[in-house]
Write a protein that binds this ligand. Structure first.
Ligand SMILES: *Cc1c(COP(=O)(O)O)cnc(C)c1O
Length: 407
């Protein structure tokens, strides 16, 4: 018996990533002050996070975390079904269900876990899950874990979804889509997709990780924006993006959510999020519901960014959400642009395969209500300069000295 050597496989994979310009490295953040991040001893203006409403550092949210931690401790101590289900979890589930207009909500450790849970507990090998080609990785992995048939349709194409559902007429069917697409920023055609789901008797599942808090009336997300009835479908919201915390929630009918709570392995066999985390997210939800000005400011920053960037011929994808990708195509070009931006004081992540398809590398620019118009203007100047510098082959950092003036 000769087994392949794992260490050799790892080395070969690393070498390939190096040659493709796809090595991934973490950066250490030492301090944060709103959108200003201290990284490797330098302060950068961050345009890469998902804290769209700036709630992760809001005093009321942090205060709720501290007060609850002092009272309830640092951790929950067990899974929900054993003895980890705290009144704070219950209060948060009720508030989220009320806000998003669903009969019942169930908290999860993360959006990734929630997606695994939904499909693993609802679908079997006889069933089919039809998904948008650009869906989040956790939805794809969830279908694999469930062992169901997985059929993907072209991006935002309801007719494609219909065709795929027709190819598997037997078994239970689920139609799963991102609400706001995490790397493109566009919104799924939910009204048309829900018609397709109804005609094909499929359960509609909307992963609205990036929509809740930001999109729709009172920030209720893409489902509410499309005018769909939240009790007739399943919906995921994450607590770690616009709500500024950590964890996720799945919303739907009493029966569906009850089934998840008793059967989903990624729910049963994992520790409940800390009660203090639930308390602080409850404070964040109340702010997100109450204060429209953060969404209004965000929308005006988005409009301003698009207007000024398109005027400079910067290749933005069509998007009206805080996710504003700038297409680069080539991986190395994306990395060079990100490096050139950092030299000018901006932190914008280069997103490369496998997060996006081959040849579709991009800068994923995200806006927050904490940004100022002046910061957005400075970013557009820096992007324009970086684009020109990289195009002319000066490469990254060629104009470092003028960075301070731009930033
Ligand atoms: C971020 C994200 C997730 C995962 O959520 P986490 O809470 O970060 O694990 C799931 N789906 C989509 C579309 C996402 O963008």
């Amino acid at each position: 018996m000769t087994r392949p050597r794992l260490t050799e496989r790892i080395l070969a994979a690393r070498l390939q990533r190096t040659m493709q310009g796809r090595v991934r490295q973490r950066r250490i953040v030492t301090r944060r002050d709103g959108v200003r991040y201290e990284v490797d001893g330098r302060w950068l203006t961050n345009f890469g996070g998902n804290d769209y409403l700036g709630l992760s550092q809001h005093f009321a949210v942090v205060d709720a975390l501290q007060a609850s931690a002092a009272r309830d401790g640092a951790g929950s101590g067990a899974s929900h079904l054993v003895c980890g289900h705290h009144a704070n979890h219950d209060a948060l589930e009720r508030e989220l269900a009320d806000w998003l207009g669903a009969p019942r909500a169930l908290l999860f450790g993360s959006g990734f876990l929630a997606n695994l849970a939904v499909m693993q507990s609802l679908l079997t090998e006889d069933d089919v899950c039809v998904q948008d080609r650009l869906n989040h990785a956790s939805l794809i992995d969830a279908a694999r874990l469930a062992g169901c048939k997985l059929r993907r349709y072209p991006h935002a194409d309801p007719e494609g979804a219909l065709r795929q559902l027709r190819t598997v007429p037997d078994g239970v069917a689920m139609l799963a889509t991102d609400g706001v697409f995490s790397m493109d920023g566009d919104i799924a055609p939910l009204r048309e997709l829900s018609l397709v789901a109804r005609v094909q008797q499929a359960l509609m599942y909307v992963d609205d990780a990036h929509g809740v808090g930001v999109v729709g009336p009172d920030g209720r997300g893409c489902v509410a924006e499309a005018g769909l009835d939240a009790s007739g479908l399943l919906q995921l919201a994450t607590l770690g993006k616009a709500l500024g915390g950590y964890g996720a929630v799945v919303l739907g009918s009493e029966e569906m959510i009850g089934h998840l709570a008793e059967t989903a392995r990624p729910y049963i066999f994992t520790t409940a999020i800390p009660p203090a985390q639930a308390a602080s997210t409850l404070a964040a939800v109340k702010l997100a519901r109450r204060d429209h000005w953060r969404r209004e400011k965000l929308q005006s920053l988005i409009a301003h960014f698009r207007h000024t960037a398109l005027f400079r011929d910067l290749p933005l994808l069509p998007s009206n959400t805080p996710i504003q990708p700038l297409m680069c195509g080539d991986d190395k070009r994306a990395t060079a642009l990100a490096t050139a931006l950092e030299a000018q004081g901006f932190w914008v992540p280069a997103i490369r395969p496998p997060t996006v398809p081959d040849g579709r590398s991009r800068l994923r620019i995200t806006l927050s209500s904490l940004h100022t118009q002046a910061e957005v203007d400075a970013l557009v100047d820096a992007l324009t300069w970086a684009r020109d510098a990289v195009e002319m082959g000066y490469g990254a950092g060629a104009k470092q000295s003028s960075g301070a003036a731009v930033a």
